[in-house]
Design a protein around this ligand. Structure first.
Ligand SMILES: Cc1cc2nc3c(=O)[nH]c(=O)nc-3n(C[C@H](O)[C@H](O)[C@H](O)COP(=O)(O)OP(=O)(O)OC[C@H]3O[C@@H](n4cnc5c(N)ncnc54)[C@H](O)[C@@H]3O)c2cc1C
Length: 803
């Protein structure tokens, strides 16, 4: 093994091999892969090798498409067969809800260029004669599905990488990692050490243990997974290879394997494997079979595919593989550690491995993954993902692998975990809670405890009239919303203002003022949006999306100067309450000595005040678009503040409102939000945030690219649409049609209760930004007329917020 390398990739499973290949493909030849045993010695060797393009996150779906297309390339370079069988696949629907889900998946596939088709049960039976039609309603056909040979794929990547200059050492275990002061790493192995500029943890089943070598606990857990292969079946003799099938009701996947069928299942009572420590001596081993555990799924399989019942079982495979809490990979550089990267938690290595390798290599080499990979960025998790939390969420995710998740369905595992001091107060007010980064927050308020639960649906549901009443209260009097679930950072020091001016695109506010600002990367794309509040000349509070706290911190760390600025995440130190509506000022004025008139405290003001006995920061902003105030206090004061506002609010009929009403109101105002309208694939002018980019500043990150976007107009434009729908609103990810062609996608949708119609926000090509007709948005398989609005649907001039 060489003693110096630019990149040391730890792990020779399908993911490590793909990372290595992509690094060489991008021109980095001085790269080394270190494998404990033989290549594929973790999860990879016993995988079923299935691959498909459909994924709940469209951006991850694109990387899956890329992976499948890559196999030809690595076969050609390496001469190693990947054993690719493109059979096509069917997703079978047995219920009305599943049919709706398929229609939505098909619609999403439209703007991804996927060729998905909903077919009748008769057509499905022609394509897959083993199914018993009476259990199904219809199916979705995907021509690009199939399976590969896990050994072949891994070796094809590895050989291609070697031909590109990479070195691979086998039977060498990394036992420790030591950081040098310049950010490079001493990689300690049982066969000598290597000094590496970068380390990539692609250790699969042992990624958690490799993470511990550098002091981090990665949120991953291995689950046992079983599939079986039947004996040869006469039904298959002389026939073309059978398609892949997913039977959601049976929680099964099924495909042909030689003369029999391979049948796998994600059972409800899944079992974690080595929940705290993966043994280092686990090699190309299998786990003991437990057919009892998957018996309920097998019974369904024998009913739904009767010929399987007579085929007998030739082989059972039970092997472990890892999952993150949401089932998507963990990729990218790790906050707080220089030059330490991960590519792990990849539960579908044969659909995703190529995309993971591509994104990681681009990111490492160019400083940008080249695609929107938020859905698999390791930074989407934070400190709340303890070992036990991860265990509960991964088991839940595994058990729901083939379950429908309704848009209004909150998952229940690991709850309640994090609560704010007013949790019981909100419970007493019949709040229906959601889970956000492990934190409970109110979604809507029911009239009584019995009705305080969601009826899951793709259509408008039981919360609809109550959200309407909440919006009505905010419009006509005053509403109270808990806003603790925002990310917060305190920025201090003599260099704070200059630094923020470099990192943010808007101008830094004066003391006592707030500036709304995008944060751009060097390519001029949106990587954050913040409320920047200036407390004192050298003291700022930044408020942004909590889920992106690690993502932001990673960026801040990269750009912080050596001295003069300190930044500290303080999300849970300051909890918040917001009051919004025309009576919000009168209400708050009863509790503070400061003058809240517009003359004394105009829109976008920020000040330390005493609210009764409670010290806090008060900002004059509201995401509702009404006159409103956000009040931030330390946790110990939140209950007192709530009681104070609730008491004084009685005479104004103060009504609590939740996150869903807030969503409706911000859509009415065409206010975007991070991960929906604002993502690293959009520029500020495309997203309608151009007015928050201050070109009077000579320098800030992304300035040149943003200027170019301003001059050229950008490729896309965020529009607001008024929709003709009867009982279902857009949710996000629906295709936008124009003159019979899919031209864009929805980012958010909601019923606007103040304007009394359905609305959607979405991106279309800039050339269509001025079109006033011809748009349609597809909701659950039906296209609805969509009228683009030239301005926000509600109070377009913004006079209500400024009053
Ligand atoms: C039964 C079963 C069926 C599956 N079916 C499918 C399927 O149909 N389709 C699909 O896409 N996926 C499937 N999977 C999942 C798939 O196997 C994984 O997504 C994939 O293997 C993950 O690859 P990896 O490279 O991340 O991890 P691994 O395969 O676990 O590779 C990690 C490698 O790192 C090495 N390593 C670890 N620590 C060190 C160290 N300290 N020093 C040196 N080397 C180290 C290990 O020896 C190992 O070779 C299945 C998994 C199982 C168990």
């Amino acid at each position: 093994m060489k003693s110096e390398t630019r990149v040391a990739v730890i792990g020779g499973g399908v993911v490590g091999a793909s990372v290595l290949y992509h690094l060489t493909k991008a021109g980095w030849k001085d790269v080394l892969l270190i494998e404990r045993a033989e290549l594929t010695s973790g999860s990879t060797w016993h995988a079923a090798g299935g691959m498909h393009t459909v994924n709940g996150d469209p951006n991850v779906a694109k990387l899956q498409q890329y992976t499948i297309e890559l196999y030809k390339e690595i076969e050609q370079i390496s001469g190693q067969s990947c054993g690719v069988h493109i059979t096509g696949g069917l997703m079978l629907a047995g219920t009305r809800e599943r049919l709706d889900w398929l229609k939505m998946a098909k619609a999403r596939g439209r703007y991804l260029g996927m060729d998905l088709e909903i077919i009748s049960v008769d057509e499905a039976a022609k394509l897959f004669p083993l199914l018993d039609k009476k259990h199904f309603k219809c199916a979705m056909y995907d021509p690009i599905e199939g399976h590969v040979d896990p050994y072949g794929v891994t070796h094809a990547y590895a050989k291609s990488a070697q031909l590109g200059g990479a070195e691979i050492v086998r039977h060498t275990r990394v036992t420790d990692l030591k950081a040098r002061s310049d950010g490079s790493w001493d990689v300690i192995t049982d066969h000598g050490n290597v000094h590496a500029e970068y380390v990539v943890n692609a250790a699969g089943l042992w990624a958690r243990e490799v993470g511990r070598m550098v002091g981090i606990e990665l949120p991953i857990l291995a689950m046992e997974h079983q599939y079986l292969i039947t004996g040869d079946m006469p039904e298959l003799v002389g026939k073309k290879e059978q398609l892949h099938c997913i039977d959601f009701e049976g929680e099964l996947y099924i495909r042909q394997e030689r003369g029999g069928m391979l049948l796998g299942t994600y059972e409800k009572a899944g079992v974690p494997w080595s929940p705290t420590q993966t043994p280092w001596d686990f090699g190309q081993d299998l786990l003991a079979n437990d057919l009892e555990r998957i018996a309920p799924s097998l019974e369904v399989a024998f009913e739904h595919f009767p010929a399987l019942g007579d085929a007998g079982i030739r082989k059972v495979v039970n092997g472990p593989f890892t999952f993150a809490p949401d089932g998507n990979p963990l990729v990218g550089p790790v906050k707080g550690l220089k030059n330490f990267w991960v590519a792990c938690g990849v539960m579908a290595g044969f659909s995703q491995g190529g995309g993971v390798g591509l994104a990681l290599s681009r990111w490492l080499i160019d400083g940008d993954p080249g695609a929107d990979i938020w859905g698999m960025d390791v930074a989407r998790y934070g400190d709340w993902t303890t070992l036990a939390y991860t265990n509960a969420k991964v088991r839940e995710n595994y058990s729901r692998r083939f379950s429908i998740r309704f848009p209004n369905e909150e998952l229940q595992a690991a709850r309640p975990l994090r609560t704010t001091p007013i949790y019981e107060r909100l419970q007493a007010a019949n709040a229906v809670f959601g889970d956000y980064c492990g934190l409970e927050h109110s979604l809507w308020f029911a009239p009584d405890a019995q009705s305080a639960k969601d009826e899951f649906s793709f259509h408008r549901s039981n919360d609809f009239p109550h959200i309407a009443a909440e919006c009505d209260a905010v419009k006509n009097s005053v509403g109270l919303l808990e806003i603790s679930n925002y990310g917060k950072f305190e920025v201090k020091g003599p260099g704070a203002a200059d630094w923020l001016s470099q990192v943010m695109s808007n101008r830094v506010p004066a003391v006592g003022r707030i500036a709304l600002t995008p944060m751009l990367n060097e390519r001029g794309k949106l990587i954050g949006d913040f409320t920047m509040c200036r407390v004192a000349p050298e003291h700022f509070l930044l408020i942004g999306t909590y889920a992106a706290e690690s993502y932001y911190l990673r960026w801040f760390e990269r750009h912080l100067p050596g001295t003069g600025v300190s930044i500290r995440p303080c999300a849970m130190e300051y909890v918040g309450l917001s009051i919004a509506g025309p009576n919000s000022r009168a209400l708050l004025q009863e509790l503070v000595r400061d003058d809240l008139s517009t003359a004394a405290f105009p829109f976008l003001s920020f000040k330390r005040m005493e609210i009764g006995m409670v010290p806090g920061y008060v900002g004059r902003v509201s995401f509702t678009g009404e006159l409103g105030f956000e009040i931030w206090v330390t946790t110990d004061y939140q209950r007192a503040l709530y009681d104070l506002l609730a008491g004084a609010g009685r005479k104004y009929d103060l009504r609590p409102f939740g996150g869903r009403a807030l969503n409706c109101m911000r859509v009415e105002k065409s206010f975007g939000t991070w991960t929906r309208e604002y993502r690293p694939i959009y520029g500020p002018f495309e997203a309608g945030l151009g007015r928050f980019v201050d070109f009077k500043k000579e320098k800030f990150i992304g300035r040149a690219a943003a200027m170019e976007e301003k001059r050229g107009g950008g490729a896309l434009r965020l529009l607001t649409f008024k929709l003709d729908t009867a009982d279902a609103d857009a949710l996000g990810d629906e295709p936008i049609w124009h003159d019979g062609k899919v031209v864009g996608w929805v980012t958010s949708g909601a019923f606007g209760h103040r304007v009394k119609h359905s609305l959607a926000l979405g991106y279309v090509p800039a050339a269509l930004a001025g079109a006033t007709s011809g748009f349609e948005i597809e909701i659950i398989g039906e296209r609805h007329h969509a009228q683009p609005l030239l301005e926000a649907a509600y109070d377009a001039k913004g006079s209500r917020m400024r009053t």
